[in-house]
Ligand binder design. Sequence first.
Ligand SMILES: Cc1cc2nc3c(=O)[nH]c(=O)nc-3n(C[C@H](O)[C@H](O)[C@H](O)COP(=O)(O)OP(=O)(O)OC[C@H]3O[C@@H](n4cnc5c(N)ncnc54)[C@H](O)[C@@H]3O)c2cc1C
Length: 420
Amino acid sequence: MAHHPVIVVGAGASGLAAAIAAAQYQAPVIVLEKGPKPARKIMVSGAGRCNLTNQQPMQAFIDHYFGQGRFLYPAFNVFFRDQLLDLLMREGVATITEPNGKIFPASGRAADVADALVRLARKSGADIRLNQTVLAIDPADDRVDVRLPDGVLSGAAVIMACGGQSWPATGSSGDGYRMAAGLGLAVVPVRPALTGLHLAVDQPDELQGVSCPDIKLELLQENRRLGQSRGECVLTHFGISGPAVLRVSRDCPPDLRQQSGVSLELDWLPGRTAVSLEETIRQACASHGRRQLRTLLSDCLPLPQALIRWLAVLSELPENLLAADTSRIQIDTVVRIMKSLRLPVSRTRGFQDAMATAGGVSLREIDPRTMACRRQPRLFFAGEVLDIDGDTGGYNLQAAFSTGWLAGREAARLIRSRPV
Ligand SMILES: Cc1cc2nc3c(=O)[nH]c(=O)nc-3n(C[C@H](O)[C@H](O)[C@H](O)COP(=O)(O)OP(=O)(O)OC[C@H]3O[C@@H](n4cnc5c(N)ncnc54)[C@H](O)[C@@H]3O)c2cc1C
């Protein structure tokens, strides 16, 4: 029989899942949370609605982790969407699937998910202790010591579920990386992910909030492609955001500055070839010579008017240029701006605004079948502290729940097979 508990560091999505699993697998569990409340990031997730997972089948799901998804197979095979939804349903949280595949609590309240997980963790026997900042961890052969400001607590196993570095107001301020690095574990340099990009270009006020449902974009440094994406974008007061932009933000160099030579190349009409676009504009000009080119473009191209006005300015088209007076070179310029506009990127919105953190504890350090540290078998890692980040759509929370659950189960099993 074990005397030392499983200690979970952090009461976020992964920590609560770990605590529930470990407790349900008969381990005594203590959760140490540095904040005054558990689950603070769940509360803000999905703009307060909590997009907790996605309807995609497992193979397609795995493709949403930017090349790192294979690591998640063992965790998903143990605890995936159905197990998560079932667990929530048993706690009274019904869910709905939106037509785009995103899954939310039916109430539209993230608090319902957070409350259910905290309730279930406590009901299962976990002792959640708030305002407890873990300062360091010292693994030994037979236990792991957890250093707190007022003493040391020993665990038979410790699960590091202390999150990433984004939205630090929710408690995740990078402590897990520092503690892992302090143990000599490899930590892949972290950078903000799922965040908007500042553009070093003047954008008229009327562009704020203008969105395009389907653009294609490439993130470039000089002419080297750092990333690419396709989907919706939104023009904002600082530059550009929306799912397609959020997706490539993780590919920005960590030292990105105005002079880094980083730019976005945007194709505003990826469904049209340059040749067909040119033909459309040429024919419109030929048929409606007395009309102003800018209004004509608005009529014949499926883009918001404010955007067309801005693209016309960037194409240096005179304001009152008549269609009949438009030269071939001017049409070529418009087509180039529509298909491959390059805008310099000065910086990302940073960790304050990022919904996820790219980088983290190297996956090479972790056994994906157990989430245990290969070099420290009593130490487990789960959630965003790991070098794995997902797309928008419920992928980050599902990864946190799944890795947390597996870590909790395996920590409880370890205690049973190797009691202290
Ligand atoms: C605004 C926003 C919206 C989001 N929306 C979605 C969404 O809709 N869908 C989705 O899938 N993902 C979403 N995400 C991402 C998702 O919320 C996170 O990836 C996920 O919550 C990570 O879970 P975690 O348990 O690893 O970390 P966290 O939820 O960050 O939990 C870590 C916990 O550890 C605690 N902690 C940290 N250091 C210590 C320490 N030294 N001692 C003790 N405790 C400590 C923290 O206080 C925190 O409570 C969103 C993120 C943000 C910021």
